[in-house]
Design a protein around this ligand. Structure first.
Ligand code: NZQ
Ligand code: ZN
Length: 407
């Protein structure tokens, strides 16, 4: 194993009924005023809002609502919430939702305690979080990002067309409540996308140095097999509690830093997807599903040994059936692409709704370092950054090729 420091300070309460069982006690540890963050209204339809608000009211808390957090939360929305948190001097921020709500609330917990330019100092730049954010709790309704167990928060700066994140261990939530039954109301589209995001987090970590066998990759292989099995089971029977609860914990296991120990970490696909999203507001997990197989066909020779293990250990392919390691590695990537298709995820950028030449987005006439742009995909490629932890650092021209191939 390579050297590492491991830290995760979030206390997790997992299981059916965990919110009513544990939240009342947890609340006694915090002051009177609670900022309740939520999204576009799903929690009002599935009963979660009523349950949480009644627990807060019973506990005598003053509840300040901050709803309407959109998918792919914007810097602007986060700053709106920050003003509310400051004006009410809140003692606890309670996020109830998926990754977007959790990320927005996590960012507010930092911004409310910071007088400077929070975007510039903590997202644009890698800052040092040398103060305590406002205490933060999560009630997860959609398993995907793992935001409930890490310090990462993704924001979109719509003025600058940048979507990016930073992971500060100190901004981990104090507690996370995870009731798999809360996820049953998720539309199947979100189930597919969110679960693919989990698989992507594991693959982005697995396909990075070292290539030699190590504990982190061993755990990742088991998690990948589990995610594939559990998504199939949950789609076959959306009420399958075993599958739903497995997916919920797989989401956390993928992002609670355990599988990242000693790993260089790639996350190039995430960087590219974030920039597609910055321009098109596409769904995160769906964007990842489109990009992964193509990206891996570009880089697999640089991490061949690992791609062979992926084919054998995750997809159960037999070395004896292939003429070379190369052929086996490619068959593993094909198996991933087949899985994406079989579970009903999009496979092209067109499927994501990105139309010819991105004319509808009005970005096809921007100018970048490639000269006058006729193709909006170039604008997106130019806006991406590349990751040092990958098997091979690709350049912007290659990102453009990948986008073209995915189109
Ligand atoms: O708006 P609400 O009402 O919350 O509805 C949401 C939203 O429409 C809905 N939903 C969630 N739980 C539901 C439900 N609908 C019915 N029943 C439920 N139980 O699902 C839709 C998508 O929710 P969202 O929170 O946007 O999805 P997700 O969890 O995938 O989060 C996506 C955001 O997280 C970022 C993504 O880039 C994107 O901005 N990420 C955050 C990461 C992190 N913090 O570590 C890492 C990831 O790689 C990712 O980048
Ligand atoms: Zn992700």
């Amino acid at each position: 194993m390579n050297d590492f420091i491991f830290e995760n300070r979030t206390k997790v309460y997992f299981g059916a009924g965990c919110v009513s069982k544990y939240l009342p006690d947890i609340l006694t540890q915090y002051g009177n005023t609670v900022l309740l963050g939520y999204g576009s209204g799903s929690i009002k339809q599935n009963g979660v809002y009523d349950e949480v608000v009644s627990i807060l009211t019973e506990a005598g808390k003053t509840v300040i609502e901050f709803g309407g957090i959109m998918s792919n939360p914007t810097l602007e929305k986060m700053l709106e919430g920050t003003e509310i948190a400051r004006a009410n001097d809140v003692d606890l921020i309670l996020a109830v939702g998926g990754g977007s709500v959790m990320d927005c609330c996590k960012s507010i917990s930092i911004a409310a305690r910071y007088a400077g330019d929070v975007w510039n100092d903590f997202w644009e730049e890698q800052g040092t979080l040398n103060f305590d954010p406002v205490p933060l709790g999560m009630i997860v309704t959609m398993p995907a990002t793992g935001s409930e167990v890490n310090g990462s928060a993704v924001l979109t700066n719509t003025e600058r067309n940048i979507k990016t994140d930073r992971d500060y261990p100190r901004s981990n939530a104090d507690f996370a409540l995870m009731d798999p039954n809360y996820t049953l109301s998720m539309p199947l589209r979100q189930l597919r996308a969110g679960t693919f995001d989990i698989l992507s987090h594991i693959m982005e970590t697995y396909f990075s140095y070292p290539i030699e066998d190590n504990v982190s990759d061993d755990i990742s292989e088991a998690l990948m097999r589990g995610v594939i099995r559990d998504l199939r089971a949950a789609l076959a029977d959306p009420n399958d509690y075993q599958a739903r609860s497995n997916i919920m914990w797989e989401a956390s296991m993928a992002e609670n830093r355990i599988i990242k120990m000693g790993k260089s970490k790639d996350f190039e696909v995430h960087n590219i997807e974030h920039q597609i999203s910055a321009y098109t507001n596409c769904n995160h997990g769906e964007g990842l599903a489109v990009l992964h197989p193509t990206y891996y066909r570009h880089i697999y020779k640089d991490g061949l040994g690992k791609f062979v293990k992926f084919a054998e250990r995750v997809w159960g392919l037999d070395r004896a059936d292939y003429v070379s390691d190369d052929a086996l590695a490619l068959a593993g990537i094909d198996a991933l692409a087949d899985f994406i298709r079989d579970v009903g995820l999009p496979t092209t950028l067109r499927d994501l709704g990105i139309k010819d030449e991105l004319i509808e987005l009005g970005i096809n006439s921007q100018v970048d370092s490639f000269g006058t742009v006729k193709d909006g995909l170039r604008v997106i490629a130019e806006s991406c950054y590349t990751t040092p932890g990958a098997y091979r650092e690709i350049d912007k021209a290659e990102i453009f090729e990948i986008l073209r191939e995915c189109y």
